[in-house]
Structure formats: C-alpha cells, structure tokens
Design a binder for this molecule. Sequence first.
Ligand SMILES: Cc1ncc(COP(=O)(O)O)c(C=O)c1O
Length: 402
Amino acid sequence: MKAQSSNLIALYDKYILGNYPEAPFSLVKGQGSKVWDDTGKEYLDFGTGIAVNGLGHCHPYWVKRIQEQATKLIHCSNLYRFPQVAQLAEKLAKYTAPGKFFFCNSGAEANEALIKLARLYGTCKAGEEGKSYKIIGAENAFHGRTFGGMSATPLEKIQKGFRPLLDGFTFGKINNLESFASRIDDRTVAIYLEPTQGESGVLPCTSEFLQGIRNLCDEHKLLLMLDEVQTGVGRTGRFFGYENAGIIPDAIAMAKGLGGGFPIGAIWISDKFSDLFTPGTHGSTYGGNPLACTAAISVIEVMEKENLLARVAEKGNKLKTSLSKLADKYPQHITEIRGQGYLLGIGMKKDPTDFISSLFEKGLITVPAGANTVRIYPPFNVSDIEIQSALEIIEQTLDGLK
Ligand SMILES: Cc1ncc(COP(=O)(O)O)c(C=O)c1O
C-alpha cells in the first residue's frame, strides 16, 4: 500500500485533538458506494460513515438540491418560519403516528431532547419538579457523548473520567422483560431503548420483547422512547426499526441516515405528549436550518423514488444469507450473523481489529462494534456486483485469517 500523505498526518498530530484512534487512511473523494484515499486507492464503503450515507456518496439529486438551496437561504433563526422545516416534518409524518417534530444537528442532541421530554413528563405526572424522573435504559446501550447521552450509556469506556453523571438512570437487559418490569417504581417516567443496539454489536431487541415493553409502558403510564439514531431512516428495511415489531413508541430520536451525510437530527413526539415542550423549554440555533432540511427532504425523496426501503429489506435478507453461509464455512472465525436489512453484524470469535485491517487492504471498509463485531452497513442503493465483490473480499480475508 502507498503511504498516506505524511504532511496530513503531521497536521493532524499538531492540531487535532487525540480523541479518535489513529486513522488507517485519508479519504479525499466519494461517489456512490465507493471512496478514494489520498494515494488513489479505491474502497467499497460498507461502513457508510457509521450508518449515515444511505444514498451512498454524493448522490447527484441530493447534491443538486443542496447546491440550489445553498444559493437561496442556508441559515436563519428558528425565531422565524421557513418552508423546508415544515416540508421535512410533513414528509417524515408519513412514516410515524400523529405527532410533532423538533430538529437539531446530531444523534446526541436528539437524545438530549428525549431525556428532557422524560423530565417534563415526570414534572407533569408528579405535579412537582424533581420527584419523578427515573428512566430505565438498557445494558450495553449507546446514546451519545453528551452528559445526558453518557448517563444513559452504561459502558465504562464511555463514562470513565466524566463522573458524576446525570441522576436517575437504571438499566435492564434487552430481551428480558422482567429485568425492566422489576425496575419500575413510582418515580419511573420512561423506558428508553435502541430497537437494535448498534455500537454494542448489532444486538436486536426481539419483537416479543418490544411488544412486552410497550405493554409495560401502557400499564405503568411510562413513555416509550426509542433511539433510532442508527436504526432509523431505512437501515433495517423499514423506515424505523420499531416497525419490525409492530409497536408504536411515544417518542423517537433520529439522526445519521436522515441527512444522508449532511448533519441533522430530529425527535418525534406523539400528539399525546408533544405539548410538554412549550416556548422557551428547548431550542437549537442551527437545528433544522433550511440547508439541512433540504438535504433530508431529498434523502426521503430519493428513497421513495428509488423504492429503497423494499430494496434494503430484500437485498439485506440475501446479504445476510450469504454472510451466514460464510459463518457456516468459517466457524473457527465467525460465531453468528446478526441484524436486519443493511444493519448487519458479523460476530467474530476474537477481536476483529486485524480482520478489519485486512479488509481495508483489500479495498473494503467495514466498522468495528462491541462484542467482537464487524458492522456491514452498505448504502441502500449498493449494486449486486458491489455486494458480490464485498463478499469475495470477506471470504478471501477469512481464508487468510489465522
Ligand atoms: C443509537 C445511537 N444513539 C446516539 C448516537 C450519537 O449520535 P451522534 O454521534 O450523531 O451524536 C449514536 C452514534 O453512533 C447511536 O448509534
């Protein structure tokens, strides 16, 4: 492999905070399912910026809409109205139950808004502030790096060094209803889950479990808040991951795939609870600006025009079957294949760092996750030939693995 630019590495070393691990290459261009590094090497991108570039890189329609909007109005304050935010909400509303939206810039911000919703609900429920505020989250959850997000993320590697965190979180085990039921008390206000835990290794909640959680929430008057930041906007082959379980949550956080690579996050709150936010209770200077909303609108338009949800559901199934055949062929390396649609995880017998590096060398980008997992997150419009090439690279690499 040709070495990446030593000048760029030196600039990083000098000016960029060391909060990310050492990067294996420097990317300069993307088109469709492919990206190129600064030595001209081509990669198939089956990481999509960790479930972000659903349309692949630089989809021409998405780029054109962003370019056009950039010449008209990029930012204005949420103190005024602008059409794009309402148009985006109207588009998203086709995929949710009746409710309302708030737009922000990232997944962590969307989750902060959900946690604030739970606090407002608790204040309203108890009739006084600070009494009912407990949220039951899940072991191994990941909800982001803000203080609210970290507090809801019971992972030592995330929380270490930042304590004391936000009060009021307790954690059950996914797919174990009793571990949630037993944590409910008169101070509990919400249950908070990812339909599939992405960062911790593509660990799906079963439909029965999510249905049971919905019933528990109804029985105890708790909010069911879902973090769809990684699973949402088509990744599982349905617009939202929870649809696979046939339930309806009370609130949803989304981000990543929503802008297709342009930063935007959102929460949806069902009509029953959306009045809890009143003027002055929350806000974001940049949240839902005309440019970000245009990017997200065009993502949804392309998904609809190109019928990408159905495509992800069908092709994702096939890809999972092909990966499962590799799991059968290489039981010494692979434990199982998890997930749905284009949210797939290869569970490995041991730390997959070297495996992922070998995939890079052969021109395939994948992303590690917890539980020795390799995430396979292709763009929704990836071609059959590109999937075949990725499978061949994975097989060759497994073949050479000690
Ligand atoms: C489920 C989930 N929630 C929240 C986040 C945080 O999102 P962001 O990095 O946009 O703040 C992530 C990011 O990986 C995520 O997967």
